[in-house]
Design a protein around this ligand. Structure first.
Ligand code: PMV
Length: 360
């Protein structure tokens, strides 16, 4: 599919008003997206587990205007309260998707949104937030164009979400989602995420993600700034090749369930992401001392017990602890006994791999 395929023609049906609600999850990348080209095209392909419990719930109300507006006309509520400081982000999203969703300016929109996880947890809400909003926009499009197929609906929702926040395109469906053109992945595209197209061993469908909240503060580096640091980065070329190679290696791992290899690739990806930040200009260290303490504890525990638990990181200090469900009891015990002490206010969130967004 090409970008032009997402530009709609004349309305098929008039729609006066309506309301739609979607809930959409966050996701955690195994091969990281870091670096982008123009129009939110990724510099390298990535793959993620869709999560289940960390979600954004968004309602879009639409009321046809008498005359089409010059500007977008919308109000935004977060957890029931008017939230004008979120408006510029949404405005920018609408501007980016206007070409593909021109009907938005024909409506007065009211957006109500809330997260299932605490706003100040240091967990990025952009993936769940942008995917939920993109799905609401697609539901409005579906009313105007009833012939849309389910497949097109989901692809375009991912395409729109990507224009809001790159990683958001991996939050529409589950359980394992790939985004970005890769020579050995049939159907892969820079424009939207796809369900990982090959065999996935049952063990991965049981994966748990316990998110240890090491630092609940605001992100030190916004992801748009972070991606930009890859332009002219001395290691950029090697990093993008590494991501391609890791995705290729993961194909056999996903098929066979080789957790030893899985752990090596996933932890290396997390550390490579942070290595890129440490070696950019300007440079950043986003890990905190407690992030390193947790990583070392996980290594010691794995070495001593043989339990296949590993970590990954986002562009921040929090640690995602990944493990199969069959090891849940002992890993949760380990987290409580040995890792909680390194979390801010002892807080962590237990999530697991999920099936994607749902219309409510
Ligand atoms: O979607 P963005 O622009 O916030 O970028 C997210 C980048 C990482 O979370 C660090 C990695 C990833 O692939 O999700």
């Amino acid at each position: 599919m090409r970008e032009q395929d997402f530009i709609p023609g004349e309305y098929q049906k008039p729609v006066q008003s309506g309301k739609v609600t979607w809930q959409s999850p966050s996701n955690i990348a195994l091969v990281k997206y870091w670096g982008k080209k123009e129009n939110q095209i990724p510099a390298n392909p990535s793959v993620s587990f869709t999560l289940e419990k960390c979600r954004t719930i968004t309602t879009l109300e639409f009321q046809k205007k008498e005359t089409r507006g010059e500007a977008f006309d919308f109000e935004l509520f977060f957890e029931g309260k008017k939230k004008d400081d979120f408006k510029p982000k949404v405005e920018k999203f609408f501007e980016r998707i206007e070409k593909y969703s021109p009907f938005l300016k024909d409506y007065k929109l009211i957006i109500q949104t809330e997260n299932t996880f605490p706003h100040s947890s240091g967990i990025a809400s952009s993936a769940s937030g942008m995917s939920a909003l993109a799905l609401c926009v697609m539901s409005l499009q579906k009313e105007l164009y009833p012939d849309l197929t389910e497949d097109f609906f989901l692809k375009k929702a991912s395409f729109l979400a990507r224009l809001g926040s790159g990683s958001a395109c991996r939050s529409i469906e589950g359980e394992l989602i790939e985004w970005g053109k890769h020579a050995s992945l049939a159907g892969s595209s820079d424009l939207f995420g796809i369900k990982y197209p090959y065999k996935v061993h049952e063990i991965f469908k049981t994966y748990q993600d316990s998110i240890l909240l090491v630092d609940k503060g605001q992100k030190q580096v916004s992801s748009s700034l972070g991606h930009n640091l890859m332009h002219g980065h001395p290691f950029a070329g090697a990093r993008f090749e590494q991501a391609h190679a890791n995705l290729e290696k993961l194909q056999a791992v996903f098929e066979t369930g080789n957790l030893g290899e899985f752990i090596k690739i996933v932890e290396s990806e997390a550390l490579s992401l942070h290595a890129m930040m440490m070696s950019s200009e300007p440079y950043f260290i986003l890990m905190k001392p407690n992030t390193l303490k947790i990583i070392n504890k996980i290594w010691e525990y794995r070495e001593a017990t043989g339990v296949p638990v590993c970590f990954t990181l986002d562009a921040g200090a929090n640690v995602h602890v990944l493990y199969p469900e069959k090891n849940k009891v002992e890993v949760l015990e380990f987290i409580k006994n040995e890792l909680v002490a390194y979390c801010e206010k002892g807080q962590y969130i237990c999530d697991n791999i999920g099936k994607g967004a749902e219309k409510l």
